[in-house]
Design a protein around this ligand. Sequence first.
Ligand SMILES: [Zn+2]
Length: 111
Amino acid sequence: MTSNLTYAIHKNELVHISQVTSGLDCNCICPNSNCKGKLVARKGKVKSHHFAHYSLEDCGGAIESSLHLLAKDILRKTKVFALPDLIGYELKSNRTAKVANKLTGKIEKVE
Ligand SMILES: [Zn+2]
């Protein structure tokens, strides 16, 4: 399975490919802070819509950076988080067991 870059930076905001116009007119840059290269919104009829580096050279960190920024954006907007039960392996009893209960919390600040 291949992954496509579907989020980019437009005017300092994270945007989804569905929110921009096709081609260079999207005026988007790569979400990887080490790259910030100009992106092209590819919104054709054959492949799924995605962003590509205008230079045709992928920096290799764009997708990871976009997911990182998306997670921070969601946490900033929702201000809550929830983690599932933590299941671990107990050496004493030689079995798996719940180590910690589900954890939820409120977020004060996302940097
Ligand atoms: Zn890049």
